[in-house]
Write a protein that binds this ligand. Structure first.
Ligand SMILES: Nc1ncnc2c1ncn2[C@@H]1O[C@H](COP(=O)(O)OP(=O)(O)OP(=O)(O)O)[C@@H](O)[C@H]1O
Ligand SMILES: [Mg+2]
Length: 285
């Protein structure tokens, strides 16, 4: 475990998708981009509490193609950090950069998936996934190619013409992931994307996500409350702590590299040793 600004861990090979033989990208796949937070902080000003420093002195370098999970107690600033990478929030200290360019606002190079699926209920699955590429003004056959590709990757080809309310929560979340991927993001930002799913669906989605990420080769920052999920998915786990309710700005408490090969076994000794290390950091035991 390191307690200083993180450096990139070697990438673990992920299993590649097996049920989409011969599927080729219709547009060039975005090159995964590095994410870099240098001395980043965020203060919020509200009428009731005045100015509160929610996050401070965050230094984090995420390598291109790396999968980083972010864990920590409620209120420590995980979503704030993700929203600053997404460009939905401005930093009040330091510099956030994606692919060496300072973040000044949202951009198509970053795709965001939240816990609530955020689908357009009046659009079919196909049209939800096609939304971004259509907004970009891509030609119709290219949009169709992208939609087919990403629905295939998330295993929903047969549901292309259904509507979100006809799908289970896990399926809706797959559509949300396909919709973000159709924009060809270099960085995938996920904020508790599986938090509302039952345990079985969640576990299936975790395995699927690893396949998808291996296929599209994006950099991933993934916020979760589940230490087990973090150890299962990530190349490195960033543990955050503090937050205004603890009287200290949210900050990075520890960074734990996960060097286990993929198809990880949550019952193995090595897996549980890592879970314990991370839980100790979360609870500062
Ligand atoms: N728009 C806002 N205005 C004022 N304070 C905010 C705002 N957004 C977040 N905060 C404060 O910043 C701190 C960090 O919030 P954030 O949502 O990033 O936490 P989190 O780690 O994602 O928590 P959770 O696990 O509950 O989702 C909290 O104290 C929160 O009250
Ligand atoms: Mg949050």
């Amino acid at each position: 475990m390191t307690r200083s600004p993180a450096t990139a861990a070697p990438l673990q090979p992920s299993p590649s998708i097996s049920d989409t033989p011969g599927t080729e990208p219709q547009t060039p796949t975005a090159i995964a981009a590095a994410v870099s937070a240098r001395g980043v902080g965020k203060s919020y000003t509200t009428a009731s509490k005045g100015t509160v420093r929610a996050l401070g002195e965050v230094n984090l370098e995420i390598a291109p193609g790396e999968f980083v999970a972010i864990v920590g107690a409620s209120g420590c600033g995980k979503s704030t950090l993700l929203r600053m990478i997404a460009g939905f929030e401005k930093t009040t200290e330091g510099v956030m950069a994606v692919g060496e360019r300072p973040v000044t606002g949202p951009g198509r190079d970053r795709g965001v998936v939240f816990q609530d699926y955020g689908l357009f209920p009046w659009l079919s699955v196909r049209s939800n996934v096609a939304y971004g590429p259509r907004q970009q003004g891509l030609p119709k056959d290219q949009v169709t190619g992208l939609v087919d590709r990403f629905l295939s990757i998330v295993g929903l080809t047969q549901f292309a013409d259904t509507y979100p309310h006809e799908l289970s929560g896990g399926m809706q979340q797959r559509v949300a992931i396909a919709r973000v991927l159709a924009n060809n993001p270099a960085v995938l930002l996920m904020d508790e994307p599986f938090g509302a799913l039952d345990a079985l669906t969640r576990s299936a989605m975790q395995a699927d996500l690893l396949n998808v990420v291996a296929e599209v080769k994006a950099t991933v920052a993934f916020v979760t409350h589940s230490v087990e999920e973090a150890v299962f998915l990530a190349d490195r786990v960033v543990v955050m702590s503090g937050g205004p309710s603890h009287g200290v700005p949210g900050h990075i408490q520890a960074v734990v590299p996960i060097k286990l090969p993929h198809r990880r076994d949550p019952t193995s000794v090595a897996f549980n040793d890592l879970k314990r290390t991370i839980a100790d950091a979360v609870f500062q035991r």
